[in-house]
Design a protein around this ligand. Structure first.
Ligand code: MSP
Length: 525
């Protein structure tokens, strides 16, 4: 099983472009793996506990439970709208998740992995954590990223994280493939060096925070929100679940290394240190440790951080309404290299869609189907003999398909789409050179014309399959126009020359990628 998860989104504010990117990225990866023939389980969801939610609810004068119910639906509704198809929904207020967190805490307690102690020091209200000297800036102060910092003394439960960090260092050095992209591994090892010797505070006293999962053996405390949230990856996979819990069978879901898709801000310390150590303490073997696919950030124009306080939050709902879901999905995975950052730029969204989809791919589909209808009554015949130009087109398709596979296997969607685009451009140039409209003028050229049109139509069929993880609806429309419903069921390994059978009757072309005409776009063109 290919088990893929996303981060679970905080429900204290509305989803923004960054959240949408991560979910679309995971959806594209899941769909691609299905195309490869893998069995896939995609888990996404929401992180509903913690101080931020408690504070946001208080501000509105409603209970945290009512507050999260309302905000949660904003996320699930958006994922439906954007075609993000998930198999499991992780909501941390779910009683099944709470039971799993309780069971894990109890087991860790029995194994001597938890202890209670008093700690006094500086505490960041915003980040919900005690701060260390290493968190101070060069002037010795705690920077604005920590928000309000207060001095408190508090008795809490601690997890013996320090007992696992030596193992983690060795594990990362011997299994570098678990951190993607590779350059993040050194950041993580550096952080681990600084962290050694420290244990993790995993509780919050109820006087300060009530909105959390109660400790199973100490009702004065709730669970630290990160300890609670990270467990979603196992709880919703059926770990320690009751037989009637309506959850998957854990051993089936977690049969190979899962892939956790996360943003770069939550690698250190949450996933890269806490989660690996928690799993190790829970008895997971090295072979069962997950891989972390760490993506970069979408920033505002000019690299400005997208945040509510700077007022440059980009609303994915609005973009989908304005430009279409297809344009947004395409842009989100096309204009960023997985692992790197990118700046949101509406002109580029419009330009990439209009150039690569409306002009190039749309044009190819339209002319292939249109000319086949007009010149060969929509019947595709395999024809031949093949000229050098035909063979070059076939070679271009084979090269693009190989490059697409290699890139997508590495989670590099943008590079995969570039490979696809190269073949589309090749096909349009081939059409310009072969001039089927001229060939049609002389009945002597009938066989040659059929061969040229077959090369174009066959290419459209392959492109539809390769495009399907990113734009499933558009790919489905193309398959329908080709009269090839079987295309939506075919796998990557079936991508061989001859997808369109001899004497197959294709349908009529309908525009799949209408050009985006905005005031801004027309002004620039
Ligand atoms: N609730 C935690 C995750 C717990 S996972 C066990 C959290 N939530 S979040 O809502 O702040 O972020 C959710 C995901 O969105 C994270 O992976 C985060 O990195 C990602 N992004 C938040 N802002 C982003 C951008 N501007 N760009 C891309 N991804 C961004 O962290």
């Amino acid at each position: 099983m290919f088990y893929l998860t996303t981060a679970i989104d905080y429900t204290n504010s509305a989803p923004h472009l960054g959240h949408a990117y991560e979910k679309v990225l995971a959806d594209v990866i899941a769909r691609y793996h299905r195309l490869r023939g893998d069995e896939v389980f995609l888990l996404t969801g929401v992180d509903q506990h913690g101080q931020k939610v408690q504070q946001a609810a208080e501000k509105e004068g409603i209970s945290p439970a009512d507050f999260v119910e309302r905000t949660t639906s904003r996320f699930s509704t958006l994922w439906d709208k954007l075609g993000v198809k998930y198999d499991g929904w992780a909501a941390t207020t779910d009683p099944r998740h709470k039971a799993c967190v309780g069971a894990i805490l109890t087991e860790l307690m029995e194994q001597g992995q938890l202890y209670k102690k008093t700690h006094s020091g500086s505490y960041s209200v915003r980040q919900e954590q005690f701060l260390q000297d290493r968190d101070r800036d060069e002037h010795g102060n705690f920077g604005p990223e920590w928000g309000e910092v207060i001095e408190i003394a508090e008795e809490n439960w601690y997890f013996k994280l320090s007992e696992h960090t030596d193992w983690l260092k060795k594990f990362l050095e011997t299994n570098p493939e678990v951190i993607i992209p590779a350059f993040r591994k050194s950041e993580l090892l550096n952080a681990l060096e600084k962290n050694s010797g420290l244990d993790l505070c995993v509780s919050r006293p109820k006087e300060r925070l009530q909105w959390g999962i109660e400790f199973p053996f100490d009702s004065n405390y709730v669970t630290y929100v990160w300890f609670d949230a990270l467990i979603n990856y196992v709880s919703f996979a059926g770990y320690r679940a009751a037989a009637d819990a309506d959850l998957p069978v854990f051993e089936e879901i977690w049969s190979a290394r899962p892939v956790h898709v996360i943003g770069k801000d939550i690698l250190i310390p949450a996933h890269g240190i806490y989660w690996f150590c928690m799993l190790h303490a829970m008895g997971f073997s090295d072979a069962q440790m997950p891989r972390l696919l760490v993506h970069g950030f979408w920033n505002g124009l000019g690299g400005a951080k997208m945040s509510k306080s700077t007022g440059n939050v980009v609303d994915p709902n609005e973009l989908a309404d304005k430009f279409s879901v297809e344009a947004l999905r395409y842009y989100l995975v096309r204009d960023i290299v997985t692992g790197k950052d990118s700046d949101y730029d509406m002109d580029r969204l419009v330009m990439l869609y209009n150039t690569e989809l409306a002009n190039e791919l749309g044009n190819l589909c339209n002319r292939a189907l249109n000319m086949s209808q007009r010149f060969t009554a929509g019947i595709i015949t395999h024809g031949g003999p093949f000229t050098d130009a035909d063979l070059a087109l076939q070679a271009s398709l084979a090269e693009s398909t190989d490059a697409y596979r290699a890139a997508m296997d590495e989670f590099d969607i943008s590079k995969g789409l570039e490979a696809l685009g190269r073949h589309v451009v090749h096909c349009n140039q081939y059409a310009e050179r072969m001039k089927p409209w001229e060939l049609n003028k002389d009945p002597e050229n009938k066989a040659r014309l059929a061969t040229v049109l077959q090369h174009l139509a066959e290419s459209v069929a392959h492109c539809a399959v390769m495009l399907s993880p990113v734009l499933p609806d558009a790919a489905g429309k193309l398959a329908a126009q080709l009269n090839l419903s079987s295309l939506t069921e075919i796998g990557l390994s079936d991508l061989r020359w001859g997808l369109i059978p001899e004497e197959h009757a294709i349908g009529k072309p309908l525009p799949v990628f209408p050009r985006i005409l905005t005031a801004e776009a027309t002004a620039n063109s």
